[in-house]
Design a protein around this ligand. Structure first.
Ligand SMILES: [Fe+2]
Ligand SMILES: [Fe+2]
Length: 388
């Protein structure tokens, strides 16, 4: 697989319909067939109430009718103030709020902030006709649960609402999340503040929807294996490990229907997708001592030939940790099953990675990759298998 600068990597590719793991089912239940033996689906949609707020009447009707057709009980409002008044009356239990961002008077972000002060746990999905860095920041900082870009297809709307409302639990998924929390917490013993700040991001934003948790753990372990012959300090190695674990954290700010789109992104969607490294860095900003981790997050899609993003860095201008990480990320993508193709062997993945040395990857770093034995990579895969 050649990973072009203007194409999505496997880890950015959505999951088409098939029998997927519980993790994938949790992340995108409408695109996958859940394994009913290990998943508990809560109440049926008919018992769920969704509030829709949009000043544009045709859009409001479209959203309400789509949700009603999906079995949800729907209450719709033309502005934030009326919606707030109804919510404040407390007449009905509400399971989710769906709001346009650009509305006269109280906009969607103001509505979100106000509702969150009263009910911090209510899932709130924002909808907008545009997505830029400032808007994505605003939505994330205000605590938006998710984000949809107009136009919104019925399947995207129902899939997203279902994921947040019809809670799907997997014991295996919870076990992996707990294990990750423990490992981050253990590393934080010497720097409690840093980890205290990192854990909520990790739990609430970083891994909630798009990557299998095990992928992140494997990529982190692969990166450390390759970096073992580098003269890194203990702290630098720790930063490499955590930066790798959090590499795609910024995808939390990418609209759901862009992130999970089946098929090729158009130019507008691709521009939005390419915001995620910067968004990730912005999420980590303000947490003390995460500068080196942020370098990995910002630079993980740069290419050695300068054809990557977001900064189009080339050669040694790309931080060394990010150059090591990008091989690990591709190795894991190539050696993992995807819905549209089976996993490649380690030998085939090695050939492919060598093929793009000098363009995608730093040839010098390839030496580090070659020094890691097959059995070591395989041991990592065994330690962190895809959850099934
Ligand atoms: Fe990845
Ligand atoms: Fe990424």
């Amino acid at each position: 697989m050649r990973v072009e600068a203007n194409s999505r990597t496997d880890s950015e590719t959505p999951v088409p319909l098939r029998d997927c793991s519980p993790v994938e089912s949790y992340l995108c239940p409408k695109l996958t067939r859940p394994n009913t033996r290990s998943i508990t689906v809560m109440l049926p949609a008919a018992e769920r109430t969704v509030v829709v707020v949009d000043d544009d009447e045709p859009m409001r009707l479209y959203l309400s009718e789509t949700l009603t057709s999906g079995g949800y009980d729907c209450r719709s409002f033309a502005n934030g103030a009326t919606a707030l008044g109804w919510l404040a009356s407390g007449d009905e239990h509400v399971d989710l709020l769906l709001s346009d961002i650009n509305m006269p008077g109280m906009n969607g972000l103001d509505l979100l902030r106000t509702v969150k002060t009263v009910d911090p746990s209510l899932p709130i999905i924002l909808i907008s006709g545009l997505c830029d860095l400032a808007m994505a920041h605003g939505a994330l900082r205000a605590g938006a649960t998710d984000y949809l870009l107009k136009p919104v297809r019925p399947a995207d709307l129902l899939g997203l609402v279902s994921r947040h409302v019809d809670v799907v639990h997997s014991k295996a998924l919870e076990a992996v999340k707990e294990a990750l929390k423990r490992s981050l917490g253990a590393r934080g013993a010497s720097d409690g503040n840093q980890i205290a700040g990192l854990l909520p991001i990790f739990e609430a934003i970083g891994f909630k929807r798009f990557e299998t948790l095990q992928h992140s753990r494997r990529v982190s372990a692969f990166t450390l294996l390759m970096a073992r012959d580098l003269n890194f300090t203990r702290n630098a190695r720790g930063a490499l490990e955590i930066g790798s674990l959090l590499h795609d954290i910024g995808k939390a700010g990418i609209p759901h229907n862009v992130l999970m789109k089946p098929g090729k992104l158009n130019d507008r969607e691709w521009t939005i997708m390419k915001l995620h490294p910067q968004l990730g860095v912005d999420l980590l900003f303000g947490l003390p001592g995460l500068e080196r981790e942020s370098q990995i997050v910002l630079s993980h899609h740069e290419r050695f030939d300068g054809d990557g993003y977001p900064q189009k860095l080339a050669g040694e201008a790309i931080p060394l940790g990010a150059r090591v990480f990008s091989i690990a990320d591709t190795l894991d993508a190539l050696t993992s099953d995807r819905c549209y193709r089976p996993a490649q062997s380690l030998a085939a993945a090695r050939v492919e990675i060598h093929r793009v040395a000098g363009s995608q990857f730093d040839p010098a770093v390839l030496d580090l990759f070659d020094r890691v034995g097959d059995w070591e990579f395989e041991a990592v895969r065994k330690q962190f298998p895809d959850v099934s």
